[in-house]
Design a binder for this molecule. Sequence first.
Ligand code: AMP
Ligand code: MG
Length: 346
Amino acid sequence: MLILGIEGTAHTFGVGIIEMKNKKILFNEKVQFKNNEGMDLRELTEFHIKNFESVLIKAKEFLKSKNLSFKDIDLISFSQGPGIGNSLKISGAVAKTISLKYNIPIVGVNHIRAHLEIGKFLTGFSDPCFLYVSGVNTQIIAKDDFGNYKIYGETEDIGLGNLLDSFARLFDLGFPGGPVIEKRAKKGKNYIPLPYTIKGMNVAFAGLYSNLKQKKEQFFKNDGKIQIDNNRFIEYENYDDFVNDLCYSLQETVFAVVLEIVERAIAYTNKKEFIIVGGVASNKRLTEMANGLSQIRNLKYASFPMEFAMDNGAMIAYMGYVDKKRAKNEISNLKPQPYINVESEL
Ligand code: AMP
Ligand code: MG
């Protein structure tokens, strides 16, 4: 069974092709919208309209190189939601057009479940606890006793990725923030304590962001002198050292925070396996800390190639396989669902 998956919920337009007879991911290409200022809706829309074609052409060339064509595809799967309305409309329209043109059955899938299912597929885990950390989302998800995905904990305000991106914007580090912060954190020497909020299995990051903003103001107001606690100060000679220390401290703090709620969820759900999915999963320090937690807690932990943890078409193709029973030969009732979550019907 040859499945074509189309991802386009937010910043990424991706196409993946998988072959389920041999359980192989054959093709996974994407383009990603990048802008230092964040995601302007009009620019994002333009980006998708301009770029979807180039990825589809690559898919077509790939198929041709294997003596195949779109006609050989058995199922088209696309992200029906959640996501940004305009992005979903464009990728949905692309999927429906291919389905109509070549008369291929189509299925709309839940983007978040796709992140989880590709994680299970690639690690071979059967019933893990997931930490889903992307730009917008920070959630602890696992299956309940009835086999349905359930959110056990989440952020009460901004997602972890957004926090990293906002911090990077505040300190002019570029977008996306995560990779730059990871690099600079390695040069950090001093841990600057930062406030954090954990409520049961939930977290909140807005207060931490305000504190980082205050730290920046303090740096310029006090000539590089930063208060660490009641009677300890660090006097920075240059701004770069200060930013490196903040990157380091930010990572140590927020990763400890999300792993703390994972630990609580593991104790509550009694799961024996643990996977991290979403863009922030590419962070090596997070992986290292997750490994540490898993050893202490006797958990099976595995990471998988970043290409499949970030938004991508292959995971949508695989989710189409999981949901193949819902596939139809018509394109009606496949409207974008921007606001669904992992617990929703779809
Ligand atoms: P997603 O929405 O799943 O594509 O994830 C995007 C988010 O992942 C952005 O907020 C990025 O800053 C974040 N991200 C990407 N690479 C890294 C990294 N190496 N460390 C931390 N965060 C990262
Ligand atoms: Mg995603």
